[in-house]
Design a protein around this ligand. Structure first.
Ligand SMILES: Cc1cc2nc3c(=O)[nH]c(=O)nc-3n(C[C@H](O)[C@H](O)[C@H](O)COP(=O)(O)O)c2cc1C
Length: 324
């Protein structure tokens, strides 16, 4: 009998399909439907540090400094209250693990939020430090250090598992993952997806390119999960970005992931895609003789590649010479 249960960040999931943080997970009603459609867990829509700071800033300038302080605190606590209410409601209505999410870019204030989320019943906390590094005076390594500092603060505040969702703008994700593991992270998610601006050459206006991912975006995550899971095997991995069907789930687990965090495929094809994914995974496992996720996890990571590791290959001499 093929078992597709998995453990991710200390959480027991009935299958590896986690619906990732997005508008799909911003209400208990939607989460209930995702659970009925077979989701293994959900990550709630993030509370954004930027959003809250901007909101609080917009509310200022109404009078005495004390009034500004009051308004800022009010807006902050209201944004938090909404999120706390969502955690409580989702926990009441559903049985699958509910992972709260904070999108932040500094070490201030956020530990306070984390405590409230834990108290509201969140099963784990996903921290997302998605930020482009563009300062001219950038100090090398400071972005990586920020991840570690944020993690340390959060770990001091909560006991629930902490998951770090990384961007793909890191020089060496393996070294950072190793440090995150040493500082108590239960899991990492590779990778979050940046907003993609574009230029319309007819109107000479700035536009947004695809909001949703394409399936071919998966290979970058496969590469880094395969390399990292071989090098830092004790932390759990989830792949997010370009998992569009059961084959994507299978590849992710073979590369070393315990779970996948999916969003675009559900937006595009509907929540029925979750059942399609678990079906394809189960059938493939049965056809290859894998009885459970643990037995297939990491089977095709960098350790399996031997001395010629394709994941660390960056030059394509042979490939290019075959394409004239
Ligand atoms: C409409 C939309 C909203 C999103 N909102 C968040 C968010 O609030 N927090 C977050 O960490 N990721 C957010 N993401 C990123 C997704 O969780 C996911 O990591 C990314 O889209 C890659 O997965 P996919 O290829 O399955 O879409 C969002 C993505 C989309 C498309």
């Amino acid at each position: 009998m093929t078992q597709i249960t998995t453990t991710f960040a200390g959480l027991k999931l009935k299958n590896p399909i986690i619906v990732s943080s997005s508008g799909l997970t911003n209400s208990a009603e939607k989460i209930k439907k995702l659970e009925a459609a077979g989701a293994g867990a959900v990550v709630l829509k993030s509370v954004f540090e930027e959003q809250i700071t901007v909101q609080a800033g917009q509310m200022s300038g109404y009078g005495a400094p004390e009034a500004d302080d009051y308004l800022s605190a009010y807006v902050r606590s209201n944004a938090l209250n909404e999120h706390i209410a969502l955690i409580k409601e989702a926990k009441k209505e559903c049985n699958i693990p509910v992972i709260a999410s904070i999108n932040c870019y500094s070490t201030s204030e956020w530990t306070e939020f984390a405590k409230h989320m834990e108290e509201a019943g969140a099963d784990a906390l996903e921290i997302n430090i998605l930020s482009l590094q563009t300062e001219k005076e950038y100090k090398y390594g400071s972005f990586e250090q920020l991840h570690i500092d944020v993690l340390k603060n959060i770990k001091n505040a909560v006991k629930i598992p902490v998951i770090m969702k990384l961007g793909n703008n890191l020089t060496n994700p393996v070294a950072l993952i190793n440090q995150l593991y040493a500082n108590g992270a239960a899991a990492v998610v590779l990778f979050n997806r940046f907003y993609q601006p574009d230029i319309n050459i007819d109107t000479m206006a700035f536009t947004s390119s695809n909001v949703f991912s394409e399936a071919n975006e998966l290979t970058e995550k496969i590469r880094w999960t395969a390399i990292s899971s071989a090098s830092v095997p004790k932390i759990d991995y989830a792949i997010s970005g370009g998992v569009h069907c059961g084959k994507g789930v299978i590849k992710s687990i073979l590369a070393g992931a315990s779970a996948v965090e999916v969003c675009s495929a559900i937006y595009k094809y509907g929540e029925k895609e979750i059942a399609e994914m678990t079906k394809e995974l189960t059938e493939w496992m049965a056809s290859k003789g894998f009885e459970n996720i643990e037995s297939m996890k990491g089977k095709m990571n960098a350790n399996a590649a031997g001395s010629i590791n394709p994941f660390e290959r960056t030059q394509f001499m042979k490939y290019y010479s075959n394409h004239e």
